[in-house]
Design a protein around this ligand. Structure first.
Ligand code: NAD
Length: 344
């Protein structure tokens, strides 16, 4: 099937072409797809590139809103294949109305994201980002680098699905007290010592809070000024889920007052205009983001938590498998984004 791939970086092309070649090697040349790669994001402005192409493949910052869907549908596109798990950037209701199916990669490597989360916690705690820069300049003094033992601390995990459960399990291994908040309880985690508590208790008792729930209307700005005021003073907040879970302006106020002691972000609400490009020679226009970069106790990575060899291989293979199933008229199974999923 012909696929127009948007938001392509050289690494996306490399992993998708390798997965496509494996399809051809395993099942013959006809099993491979005809893939067109576009660097631009898919939005109403760029959708003409997909005209007449049955499948588009998108990533986290493409905008599949009503206008884009209307034009995709007019151009006979029938499948939106996300090469990620989150689908908050797709208007799933409109897609259903236009008869456009939406597929995603619900699981590729939850370990990749969980391990990056732990990396942010440890780097912020032990100030590795600052130590790295200092040592390179010949400054081997320790002032300002004092950390704390993670062992014995209370960590709050909000959302214990695939990624949150692994984060919680790793933290149990560190000897942390792990408090979890999720309507769906993971019995194995609880058996291993994690405690399910209500959101208020988690906010009040955690030394570190890490977010692993999806972005939905209900979780938009889940961490706002009101909730930050209920945390322990000096709490560490980590978000490797979706940017809009945190009200970044409220986080800045809390950082300035000291209520928020550390902030680790892999995602940012307005990341679509910033991430996945080299802006080092430009003036960043986003004042909230620029302010965040000035704090010594803030560590930001550019939505890279998923970015491991294992995850990229799995994403490419599942994405092409979704297109193959669709082309054959087969059910997309658990990889299909359905209207029912919007309610959860
Ligand atoms: P998942 O669906 O397996 O788990 C999400 C969990 O959150 C579910 O158990 C759900 O019940 C729970 N939840 C929903 N609303 C909640 C709330 N208000 N409070 C507490 N829990 C709530 O998802 P996952 O695979 O673990 O992924 C989690 C999120 O991580 C994704 O939605 C995605 O946005 C993000 N993600 C980020 C990256 C990255 O590179 N940074 C990569 C993959 C996924």
């Amino acid at each position: 099937m012909r696929i127009a791939v948007f938001s392509t970086k050289p690494y996306d092309q490399r992993f998708l072409e390798a997965a496509n070649q494996r399809l051809a090697d395993q099942s013959g040349p006809a099993a491979a797809h005809e893939i067109m790669f576009y660097e631009t994001r898919l939005s109403a402005e760029s959708v003409a590139l997909a005209f007449g192409i049955p499948a588009v493949c998108i990533f986290v910052n493409d905008e599949i809103d009503a206008a884009t869907l209307s034009m995709l549908s007019a151009g006979e596109t029938k499948l939106v294949a996300l090469r990620c798990a989150g689908f908050n950037n797709v208007d799933v209701r409109r897609a259903a109305q236009f008869g456009v199916k939406v597929a995603r990669v619900p699981v590729y490597s939850p370990h990749a994201v969980a391990e990056h989360t732990i990396g942010l916690i440890l780097a912020l705690d032990r100030k590795l980002h600052r130590a790295y820069a200092r040592v390179r300049e010949g400054n081997l003094a320790l002032d300002g680098l004092l950390g704390f033992d993670l062992h014995g601390k209370t960590v709050g995990v909000i959302g214990t699905g695939r990624i949150g459960a692994i984060v919680a399990q790793i933290l149990l291994g560190f000897g942390c007290r792990v408090l979890c908040s999720d309507d769906i309880q993971n019995a194995e985690l609880a058996a291993n010592g994690a405690e399910y508590v209500d959101g208020e208790t988690l906010l009040a008792q955690a030394d570190v809070i890490t977010l692993h729930c999806p972005l939905t209307p209900a979780t938009h700005h889940l961490i706002n000024a009101e909730r930050l005021a209920k945390t322990k003073p000096g709490v560490m907040l980590i978000n490797t889920s979706r940017g809009a879970l945190i009200d970044a302006s409220a986080a800045i106020d809390a950082l300035k007052s000291g209520q928020l002691g550390f902030l680790g972000l892999d995602v940012y609400e307005e990341e679509a205009d910033l991430f996945y490009r080299d802006l080092s020679s430009q003036v960043i226009q986003d004042d909230v983001f620029s302010r965040l970069l000035t704090f010594p106790n803030v560590l930001i990575t550019g939505h890279q938590a998923f970015f491991t060899d294992e995850a990229m291989t799995a994403i490419a293979e599942t994405t092409l498998a979704n297109v193959t199933a669709f082309a054959r008229g087969e059910a997309l199974g658990a990889n299909e984004v359905t209207l029912a999923m919007l309610a959860t």
